[in-house]
Design a protein around this ligand. Structure first.
Ligand SMILES: [Zn+2]
Ligand SMILES: [Zn+2]
Length: 598
């Protein structure tokens, strides 16, 4: 045997620079006295002539004679472990983002220091609605992700499910779509768990957010309620994740990397062997297609729904049917709270033919058009009414302001207002839904605009939004929800009336599979600022068997391509190089994994 060569500790470090060029990291010698360095440590390293921050991704023994040493350790402990690192790497690949960008998402805003505070306080007696999942989580076992089909309120369900794992000293993490929803869930859960509930959201000052990161990282027995970014925080590897309404837009980042909460949480649960529960009235096709189980409580998921058939209205009846106006008047007279739901600002209403009252839609793709004469989704010329050849069309809905004015004309001054005005009749859009007080009557003005929105997920989205709208109605006799539509036999509306979504969702899932769309297949959109058509050859280079390339489409100041296929893994790997090349050339590039508006 040759004499043992000198073997010292070496760290592989990914510099904290947002570029694919440093994805693999570089090797550095760990000097004596820095024995604390481990996977996930934040360190300072020399890089060229600079000193930069970096994350340790692995350790090994070897010859350090030709390596530069690490300069120092920042922060008192690692910001990820091997398990979380796997998820971070997976996300870097899936979302076509530099590894360093993802590693940074695990870290708190400031450097982590201090021991943090232990949770304290008695735990109440609670029973779980999902004892098998709660039990598995408490015993550190992975269980199949579960969609709990419920229109809320969520706090009691979460409290019951979380109690057992918390009692065994594990953490439970809850992700809500918005800051306000996370705060109000926190308030309700504090009534049960007191100071064991930690609230963290994107609006928190860095110091406070860091303190919570430290508490949850160093101790078990906490219930952490936060906004989407906590999906990549270590949080002491929670025994259970609860995701509230994962189909909401807020659950997917708009900027690159376009991280989707459910993907991250599902991935972590698999690697870290923990439980995941998705809560919401209509589970996403994605969770179902990727193997989640479902549980529906007895009874309807949401209250009863009545359809108002707009085909019965005379032309010129504006955005509210006479039958609806009458119902609103009645509710006002009885002193009840009324909520009128209109589509988001900037949304095109559904249009119908003035002569035959049929909805106007694109003959090619079925989308509802806006005021123009070509389809806003596929560009097909629309022409006259396909039923009767009529050339005049009228909108069946309007934006918030217009609907409010119409209502004020029928009901008088001081009755109608926006959410938060305290008026008896409130008009609001999707983003107002979390703030609607429990209503005696709720009206959805234009279900058709949602159902015919110009993207492949329109129907799924519409069903989910409408179910949330229905959920604003208080339960009990005399409470009503009216949904205005010119297509009362639409299957999404039939499902809404039935109060049970699962059968319908399986139907949608089968159609997506047939059409090669997510969740069964993958989509990837690549967007580059300006006219990028000259770069088309780069993109064409990643196309292989089983991948379809769409584009380039030039418009709106950018050029866009889509890749579609059963697996885009290989394409994602190749895109990393291309995206870096383009960025190095000064182009602004946005990659969206499973874009939602196609
Ligand atoms: Zn017609
Ligand atoms: Zn079209």
């Amino acid at each position: 045997m040759p004499a043992a060569e000198q073997r010292n500790r070496i760290a592989q470090v990914v510099p904290d620079l947002p570029t694919f060029a440093v994805d693999d990291g570089f090797s550095y010698a760990i000097p004596e006295g820095m024995d604390d360095i481990g996977v996930g440590s934040i360190v300072r390293i020399p890089l060229g002539a600079r000193r930069v921050r970096g994350y340790v991704t692995s350790l090994r023994l070897g010859d350090t004679s030709r390596l530069k040493p690490i300069v120092g350790i920042s922060g008192e402990y690692p910001v990820f472990d091997e398990g979380l690192l796997q998820t971070l790497r997976w996300a870097a690949l899936h979302y076509v983002a530099p590894v360093s960008v993802l590693l940074g998402r695990a870290a708190p805003p400031n450097l982590p220091r201090g021991k943090g505070k232990k949770p304290a306080g008695e735990l109440p007696q609670l029973t779980s609605a999902i004892p098998t999942v709660s039990g598995a989580a408490a015993n550190g076992r992975h269980s199949r992700p579960l969609c709990l089909v419920t229109a809320g309120p969520y706090a009691a369900t979460i409290a019951g499910a979380a109690k057992e794992p918390i009692a065994t000293g594990r953490n439970v993490a809850v992700i809500a779509p918005t800051v306000d929803e996370a705060s109000s869930l926190t308030e309700e859960l504090r009534e049960v768990f007191g100071e064991r509930v930690l609230n963290v959201s994107s609006s928190l000052p860095a110091k406070q957010a860091t303190r919570i990161w430290v508490n949850a990282n160093n101790h078990g027995g906490y219930l952490i309620v936060g906004t989407p970014e906590i999906a990549l925080w270590p949080l002491g590897s929670p025994a259970m994740w609860v995701v509230v309404e994962d189909g909401r837009r807020a659950m997917k980042a708009k900027q690159t990397p376009t991280l989707q909460v459910r993907d991250l949480v599902r991935r972590r649960a698999l690697v870290e062997r923990t439980a995941v529960v998705f809560l919401g009235p209509i589970p996403t096709l994605d969770t179902l297609a990727k193997g989640a189980g479902t549980l529906e409580f007895a009874g309807r998921v949401w209250p009863l729904v009545e359809l108002v058939d707009r085909r019965e209205d005379a032309p010129g009846s504006r955005s509210l049917s006479p039958a609806t106006v009458q119902a609103v008047r009645g509710a006002v007279k009885r002193g009840g709270q009324v909520f009128v739901f209109v589509s988001r600002r900037g949304y095109a209403p559904a249009f119908r033919c003035v002569s035959c009252r049929e909805l106007r839609r694109c003959p090619e793709c079925g989308s509802g058009p806006d005021r123009g004469d070509t389809c806003r989704r596929c560009g097909t010329p629309l022409g006259p009414c396909s039923e009767c050849g009529g050339r005049r069309f009228e909108p069946l809905g309007a934006a918030l302001g217009r609907v409010g004015e119409e209502l004020s004309r029928s009901l008088g001054d001081g009755v109608v207002g926006v959410i938060g005005s305290g008026r008896q009749v409130l008009v609001g859009t999707e983003r107002d839904l979390p703030y609607v007080p429990s209503a005696a009557l709720t009206v959805a003005v234009d279900a058709d605009a949602l159902l015919m929105a110009p993207h492949y997920r329109a129907e799924e989205d519409a069903a989910r939004i409408l179910a949330r709208v229905v959920g604003t109605v208080a339960r009990g006799r005399g409470r009503r929800c009216l949904v205005q539509t010119a297509q009362p036999s639409h299957r999404a509306l039939a499902m809404l009336r039935s109060g049970h979504p699962l059968q319908y969702l399986h139907e949608l899932e089968a159609e997506r599979e047939r059409d090669g769309l997510p969740p069964t297949a993958s989509l990837l959109s690549i967007e580059v600022s300006g006219d990028g058509t000259a770069r088309a050859a780069d993109i064409a280079g990643v196309v292989a068997d089983g991948i379809q390339l769409h584009g380039p489409e030039v418009g709106g100041g950018c050029t866009r391509w889509f890749l579609q296929g059963q697996s885009l893994q290989e394409a994602r790997v190749q895109l990393r190089g291309i995206v870096q090349q383009w960025r190095d050339a000064g182009l602004k590039v946005r990659v969206d994994a499973d874009p939602i508006d196609l």
